[in-house]
Design a protein around this ligand. Structure first.
Ligand code: SAH
Ligand code: SF4
Length: 389
């Protein structure tokens, strides 16, 4: 299995019931080829790009810079599709979670986290996740497939629709930042993630700069350098443990790419500097990884890497095998790391009441029966076996 194509990819959406093809997610070159294929000029692609990605238009009739016969020709051959919003949940703290249904019936979640004069969209890269980190609910889902580039991009476009931000206001946008921290491991679906992010970063369209995009990985070492070279987005690494013994258990990917290799890949991440650091995510698990000795070992492990540390209080989900560290333990841990010279903000959980916080995606708020627990254990065992092979 290659790292970039771990789960089977679907080419979507392909078409609607009338055989019309979706234009969302095509690169500029692909869009030009489509124009030529229906007898239109190549430059129509540029005009369309503006309507699709700057204006957010989904209706060819609105595209008034195109002559009427051109609009009709486009409408005969193409659609501008959005996923269906199955649920639109709003937390007491303003966080929103959208459950989106893709054309094949699979569902994914995106979360919008507003702040005073900006906002971050947490985007999913897979339905479920290839991996089985023990603290993460997404990892207990049996069904996994990669999202197509159109489906990744559509999450951003849908959020813009829902926030009423077409065309993007120059200042104070509520969709100003993107984190690839939703469901799935983005570096196991690199090609589709890269294609979608290149469209998101394009200055004539959605225009969110690479400095405002962060990709989080559990440590798919062979793909990290390429990600830095081609996309040059900010990197976040889910570290969560400072010894191979523990990391092997709570993040089985560590058995394939152990800490030493992971830290080497971090040191070599293109474009690193003190102004551009890697964010190391560290979930605080009571009695598992949260002692002062762990904090000191973390500082030692990060020696020589321009780093920030993001401490994440564990978010509970039904059947989770861990508990959140106490506030005191988190504070003591944070102080040690801070005193060693690393910024170490504690991530305030957002949207917990709608199960939108990190690691809670695709969760139902219910108690598990013994049979359900056993079923989850089976899923984990099967996926771990696949990772080992
Ligand atoms: N698969 C990628 C990105 C998605 S997860 C990755 O693992 O990096 C986004 C972040 O949430 C990761 O750091 C992940 O480890 C963390 N996380 C997962 N489950 C969590 C939970 N229950 N509580 C707190 N953080 C969690
Ligand atoms: Fe997948 Fe990330 Fe969850 Fe691990 S933490 S199971 S890699 S989504």
């Amino acid at each position: 299995m290659s790292a970039s194509n771990h789960a089977s990819a679907f080419v979507l959406p392909a078409t609607d019931a009338d055989g019309r093809k979706n234009l969302v997610g095509l690169s500029r070159e692909e869009l030009e080829a489509e124009m030529l294929s229906i007898g239109l000029e190549k430059f129509r692609a540029r005009q369309l790009w503006h309507w699709l990605y700057h204006r957010g238009s989904t209706d060819f009739a609105e595209m008034t810079t195109l002559a009427k016969p051109v609009r009709e020709k486009l409408a005969d051959a193409y659609i501008v599709a959005r996923p269906t919003v199955v649920k639109d949940l709003k937390s007491a703290d303003g966080t929103r979670k959208w459950l989106l249904r893709m054309p094949d019936g699979q569902e994914v979640e995106s979360v919008h986290i507003p702040e005073e004069d900006r906002g971050t969209l947490c985007v999913s890269s897979q339905v479920g996740c290839t991996l089985t980190c023990r603290f993460c609910h997404t990892g207990t889902q049996r069904l996994v497939r990669n999202l197509d580039s159109a489906e990744i991009l559509a999450q951003v476009m849908l959020a813009r629709d829902m926030l009423g931000e077409w065309p993007a206001p120059p200042d104070g946008r509520m969709l100003s930042n993107i984190v690839m921290m939703g469901m799935g491991e983005p570096l196991f679906n690199y090609d589709n993630v890269a294609k979608a992010l290149k469209i998101v970063m394009d200055g004539d369209g959605i225009s969110i700069s690479k400095r405002r995009i962060t990709l989080s990985t559990s440590g798919v070492v062979p793909m990290m350098e390429r990600c830095g070279q081609e996309l040059n987005v900010n990197l976040a690494v889910s570290l969560h443990a400072v010894t191979d013994e523990l990391r092997d258990i709570i993040m089985p990917i560590n058995r394939k790419y152990p800490l030493r290799e992971l830290m080497d890949a971090c040191r070599n991440y293109p474009g690193l500097s003190n102004a551009r650091r890697i964010t190391f995510e560290y979930v605080m698990l009571k009695g598992i990884n949260d002692t002062p000795a762990d904090a000191r070992a973390l500082v030692k492990l990060l020696e020589g890497v321009p780093a920030k540390i993001n401490l994440i209080p564990f978010n509970e989900w039904p059947g989770a095998p861990y508990e959140r560290s106490t506030a005191k333990a988190i504070q003591v841990f944070g102080d040690i790391v801070n005193n060693a010279g690393y910024a170490s903000p504690v991530r305030t959980p957002r949207g917990e009441d709608i199960m939108a916080a990190c690691g809670q995606l695709k969760s139902a708020s219910l108690r598990l029966t013994a049979a359900e627990r056993a079923a989850i254990a089976n899923v984990i065992a099967e996926k771990d076996a696949a990772l080992a092979s």
